[in-house]
Design a protein. Structure first.
Length: 329
C-alpha cells in the first residue's frame, strides 16, 4: 500500500437519558446485583423520543472532525456502521452527510451488527492506504433500545444507545495504520442472535427457527461461548502472523457485550485487565458504537503514543467475528 493511515480525530456521543439497573428492576424481575455480577453493566443511555441514529452519529462525527481540525468538506467518504438505520433508505450515512455539510463525501451504510465499526475501520483504512481518499470518516452508531423487548429480562439489561467516530487520514509513513486484519462469518449460526423486522418472510424465520417478534432474541449462553472463542482466535491469528505476542499490545479494544466475556478473552490471551479498553459499566452494549466509545475513553484517559499497537476485536449476530491490528501514529 502506498500510504499509511492515522486516526487524526475521535468523537463520541451518548444520549442524555440514563437507564439504571435500578430502573430496570422496576420493569422486569431483576436486580442491580444480578446485572452487575453477570454483565458488569450499571447503566445504559436511551435516545430521546424523536432522536435518531443519524443525530447520535452526527454529534460524534462533529467532535471527531473538530479533533482532527478538518472541515466537513475535506471528508472524501463517510462509512457508517449501524443496525438501526433511521429509515430503510436512504442510508443513514446520507442523513449524516447532510447534517455535517460534508458535501464532497461519498457515503455508505454497513450492517455488521456489533462488529460494524471493526468492518468500517478495515474498509475505511484501505481506501486511505490505497490513495483513493485523503480523509475517511468512520462512524459506529446504534439505537438498539428501539429493538429491545423491555419485558424480556435476559436481553433488556444488556443494550443501550450511542455513537463513536474516527477520522482516518493519509500519512506518508507507511508503518502507521492498519497492519493486518481477519474477518469471518458463519451464517449457519444466524439463529443464535437475531432481530426480525415486521415484514420478515415466514420462510426465513422458519429456516432460522426464529421468534417473529421484532425484537432482539438470543441464546445468551451459546453466544457467550462463541464470542470468547471467536475473538481469541482472531486476535491470536493476527499476533502469530505478525510475530507479536499479547505483551506487545498497548491496549485491546474489544466489543463491549458483557464484562465476563471481556475478562475471559483477556485471560485467554494473557492480557491484564488494565490493558483492556472498557466502557461497559456506563453504556452497556451499544452495538456498532462500543469500540469507538471504548477507544475514545481510553485515548482521553490513558493516551496513545506513536508506534503503539492497538488490537480491535469484535463478534456479532451473523455470526460475525474478527480483529484488526492497528499501529498508532
Ligand atoms: C445474557 C447473559 C447475560 C446471561 O447470563 P448467564 O450467566 O449466561 O445466565 P443464564 O442465561 O445462564 O441464566 C441464569 C439464570 O438467570 C436468569 N436470568 C436471566 N436474566 C436475568 C436477569 N436480568 N435478572 C435475573 N435473573 C436473570 C435466567 O432466567 C436463569 O434462571 P434459571 O437458572 O432459573 O433458568 C449472558 O449469557 C451473555 O451476556 N451472553 C452473551 C449475549 C450477547 O453478548 N449478546 C449480544 C451479541 S453481540
Amino acid at each position: 500500500m502506498p500510504y499509511g493511515v492515522a486516526v487524526t480525530g475521535l468523537g463520541a456521543y451518548v444520549p442524555e437519558r440514563r437507564l439504571t439497573n435500578h430502573d430496570l428492576s422496576q420493569m422486569v424481575e431483576t436486580s442491580d446485583e444480578w446485572i452487575v455480577t453477570r454483565t458488569g453493566i450499571r447503566e445504559r443511555r436511551v435516545a430521546a423520543p424523536g432522536e435518531g441514529t443519524s443525530h447520535l452519529a452526527t454529534r460524534a462525527a462533529r467532535e471527531a472532525l473538530q479533533h482532527a481540525g478538518l472541515s466537513p468538506e475535506e471528508i472524501g467518504f463517510i462509512i457508517l456502521a449501524t443496525t438501526t438505520p433511521d429509515l430503510t433508505f436512504p442510508p443513514t450515512a446520507c442523513l449524516v452527510q447532510a447534517n455535517l455539510g460534508a458535501k464532497r463525501a461519498a457515503t455508505l451504510d454497513i450492517n455488521a451488527v456489533c462488529s460494524g465499526f471493526l468492518n468500517a475501520l478495515v474498509l475505511g483504512a484501505q481506501f486511505v492506504q490505497s490513495g483513493a481518499y485523503r480523509h475517511v470518516l468512520v462512524i459506529g452508531a446504534d439505537t438498539l433500545t428501539r429493538i429491545v423487548d423491555y419485558t424480556d429480562r435476559a436481553t433488556c439489561i444488556l443494550f443501550g444507545d450511542g455513537a463513536g467516530a474516527a477520522v482516518l487520514s493519509r500519512v506518508e509513513d507507511e508503518s502507521v495504520g492498519l497492519v493486518d486484519f481477519t474477518l469471518a462469518a458463519d451464517g449457519e449460526k444466524a439463529g443464535l442472535v437475531y432481530c426480525p423486522h415486521r415484514s420478515s418472510p415466514a420462510k426465513v424465520l422458519e429456516q432460522l427457527g426464529a421468534d417473529p417478534k421484532p425484537y432482539i432474541h438470543q441464546d445468551g449462553r451459546a453466544v457467550f461461548k462463541v464470542a470468547v472463542q471467536g475473538m481469541a482466535d482472531a486476535v491470536n491469528t493476527l499476533l502469530d502472523r505478525q510475530g507479536l505476542s499479547a505483551g506487545d499490545l498497548r491496549v485491546i479494544v474489544p466489543h463491549q457485550a458483557n464484562l465476563r466475556i471481556m475478562d475471559a478473552l483477556a485471560e485467554r490471551l494473557g492480557i491484564p485487565s488494565g490493558r483492556v479498553a472498557n466502557c461497559i459499566a456506563e453504556y452497556g452494549n451499544t452495538s456498532a458504537a462500543t469500540i469507538p466509545l471504548a477507544l475514545h475513553k481510553w485515548y482521553h484517559q490513558e493516551g496513545l503514543e506513536k508506534g503503539d499497537y492497538v488490537m480491535f476485536t469484535a463478534f456479532a449476530g451473523g455470526l460475525l467475528w474478527g480483529a484488526a491490528l492497528w499501529r498508532w501514529g
